[in-house]
Design a protein around this ligand. Sequence first.
Ligand SMILES: Nc1ncnc2c1ncn2[C@@H]1O[C@H](COP(=O)(O)OP(=O)(O)O)[C@@H](O)[C@H]1O
Ligand SMILES: [Mg+2]
Length: 333
Amino acid sequence: MEPLLEVRNLTVRFPTDDGLLTAVDDLSFELFPGETLGIVGESGSGKSVTSMAILGLLPKYARIQGSIRFRGEELVGRVDQEMRNLRGRHIAMIFQDALASLNPVHRVGAQITEAIAVHAPELSDTAVRTRGLELLNLVGIPNPVDRYDQYPHEYSGGMRQRAMIAMSIANEPEVLIADEPTTALDVTIQAQVMEVIARIQQRTNSSMMLITHDLGVVAGAADRILVMYAGRQVETGLVDEVFYRPAHPYTRGLLASLPRLDRRREGQRLERIAGQPPSLLHLPAGCAFTPRCRYADASGMCGNRRPELHEVSATHSSSCHFADSLDSRADAS
Ligand SMILES: Nc1ncnc2c1ncn2[C@@H]1O[C@H](COP(=O)(O)OP(=O)(O)O)[C@@H](O)[C@H]1O
Ligand SMILES: [Mg+2]
């Protein structure tokens, strides 16, 4: 099967007052039709910069290397107008902050249908309105006919997020990039929004990049997972592989910090990964996770040799030098 989206050796750097910052470092992955790829990593690991690169929304001063292909066509280096045509219609984004994405002075219905009218000018006003109401209904907004003519401030936070999702999917994009779609919401609303996203994906059969700092969010929603650390890919695999046989110490750390009902004991505290991510201005020569890693070797291989992503099974890869011997190393330590 041909990938819909193919990212090859993507590197994004930003010149800053303190030097060149490497936000994304030699990242490669593909997204296949109909699949959901979870992209997981701590804040600052390069997730949003990756999605902005795909959408052509990085600032002009960003230095981009590598290739991003959509249906085989190169996106890196395209002019703004071409990217504008692609955005919304073929690749759409669900942002974290619905309030910032909705315009406070326009009615929600009008904002949702504006996108439709731009890409399908042949539709009559009535047809556009009908489509807008369908979309509100699809994302689970009660009483769409009344809600259609309300302003964003008349919506609750969860409803605004739904309205924004309705806007993103108005043109049935083939690729949906959801960047922390539930991070700003409280837990019960989070679950509802994830349900909406799942329902939409089933209906439209679109592919999705589900970006989050929370492994728990992708557990039920993704087919495959890509774990990022300091701009690099450290592990990728099918959801079950990554959850049940994590092959990178960073992923193991993330999993240990997840609340789990089956091992909760009275007063037991969750493990947190000690330390901080490295400065992206001065990345270490070797594995960027070394200073925080409980498996790292004393001889200095981890600190000195940059690990390459390598297969631990046909569908599962890790960049850890010791991916194949983590369990015995854990026993020894
Ligand atoms: N426009 C920019 N100019 C300079 N640095 C940036 C810019 N955008 C993002 N960065 C930096 O790139 C790194 C990765 O950011 P980002 O992709 O937003 O992380 P996250 O994984 O939390 O989404 C961060 O250190 C961030 O400060
Ligand atoms: Mg982000």
